[in-house]
Ligand binder design. Structure first.
Ligand code: UT7
Length: 351
């Protein structure tokens, strides 16, 4: 009998502070109408500026996941932490969580895969469980975007999309027939790495940016230093996104990687009980739903309330779906993500 890994406990945490589209319109030239129409987002949560970090939010989600798995933090034997907004440039959030939760001296791995970070992290954890190396692996996706966004009109195409939050799962082995993670599928194509990226601070020395021919980055000083006044003056320490180009590839790769997971298990779209797409944009989820001819009850979206929380979006959505009774034992659940890199991924699991 082969071992599979299953989600034994799931938790989520979102900050108290709700920021509506109208709240954003106080800082930049935008409107509730524009944001709702283009993204479906109505509000998002922002972490307490000094009291909460990516790690502290991850800890809150992890506490719930661990409790629901019926274990304690002392039982965790490996941590995988996915984020693009770490507390420090280094070390990663995994060790900060290990310290905050007073865990044993277990391994802690940080995953830097942006929007597909959680599915990548889950896949890594799945391999450790299947190989028999670990019994309780904690997988966390958390983001504190609000600290690193340009809230002026200049940054509006990015700032309105992102929100803060965290989700976590505990993976454990199962030998039950037809339960657990059936397969995971991971992809990347670095050809468009610069169209959704935060370049600075970094060691690129303008090398890739010049090759990508992004007009904004022709200043000699920018990129030739790890961090400079010019970067700050020119607002080049914020994320850059060519939204239209990202959208086009996303709506192609999401259905592709979902189909790949179904094909690998001889299943059809009609077999899916719930698809949890990374909450990038409600329009993208709707496009994917239409392309795969899925009914409304087969797709879960909560971007309306939280915005795009990147590595946290899938575990937050999965947790809410589970809490609402939308995921029951035996259900076929598909997780799918696409984002910066580009990287994209899916996981098919039987709850
Ligand atoms: O999870 C990470 C992966 N990221 C994504 O999946 C993002 C995918 N892309 C998108 O979701 C969409 O491209 C956006 C929602 C980001 C933008 O929608 P769009 O329809 O592609 O708009 P656009 O960027 O082409 O901008 C259209 C217009 C522009 O004005 P002009 O040049 O037509 O006068 C923008 O300046 O809308 C303007 N605009 C805004 N107006 C009001 C851009 N952002 C805003 C804003 N409020 N927040």
């Amino acid at each position: 009998m082969s071992i599979r890994s299953r989600i034994a406990g799931i938790g989520m945490y979102v900050p108290q502070n709700i920021f509506t589209n109208n709240d954003l319109a106080r800082y930049m030239d935008t409107s509730d109408e524009w944001i709702t129409e283009r993204t479906g987002i109505k509000e998002r949560r922002y972490a307490d500026r000094t009291g909460e970090t990516t790690t502290t939010m991850g800890v809150e989600a992890a506490k719930i996941a661990i409790e629901r798995a019926g274990i304690t933090a002392q039982d965790i034997d490996f941590i995988v932490f996915a984020t693009l907004s770490p507390d420090y440039y280094f070390p990663g959030c995994g060790v900060l969580l290990q310290r905050a939760m007073q865990m044993k001296e277990v391994g802690a791995l940080d995953v830097r895969n942006q929007c597909s970070g959680f599915v990548y992290a889950l896949s890594v954890a799945d391999q450790f469980i299947k190989s028999g190396m670990y019994k309780n692996v904690l997988v966390v996706g958390a983001e504190k975007h609000s600290f690193g966004l340009d809230f002026s009109t200049r940054g509006r195409n990015v700032a309105v999309i992102f929100g803060d939050g965290a989700g976590a799962v505990v993976l454990q082995p199962t030998e039950k027939e037809n339960q657990g993670i059936l397969s995971t599928h991971l992809h990347s194509d670095g050809a468009s790495a610069e169209i959704l990226a935060m370049y600075n601070p970094g060691t690129h020395a303008n090398h890739w940016v010049k090759e990508a021919k992004l007009a904004d980055f022709d200043d000699a000083e920018i990129g030739e230093m790890f961090f400079s006044h010019a970067m700050i003056d020119k607002a080049q320490t914020y994320p850059f996104m060519d939204g239209k180009s990202v959208f086009k590839v996303a709506v192609e790769k999401f259905p592709e990687v979902i189909k790949e997971s179904l094909d690998a298990n001889n299943l059809q779209t009609t077999d899916i009980n719930l698809l949890i797409p990374h909450q990038a944009n409600l329009r993208i989820s709707q496009f994917v739903q239409k392309k795969l001819q899925l009914r409304d009850d087969q797709v879960f979206n909560n971007i309306q309330k939280y915005g795009n929380t990147t590595a946290a979006s899938i575990p937050i959505a999965l947790c809410e779906a589970w809490e609402q009774g939308r995921v029951k034992e035996g259900d076929l659940v598909c997780l799918a993500a696409f984002g910066s890199g580009f990287t994209w991924a899916s996981a098919l699991l039987r709850w």
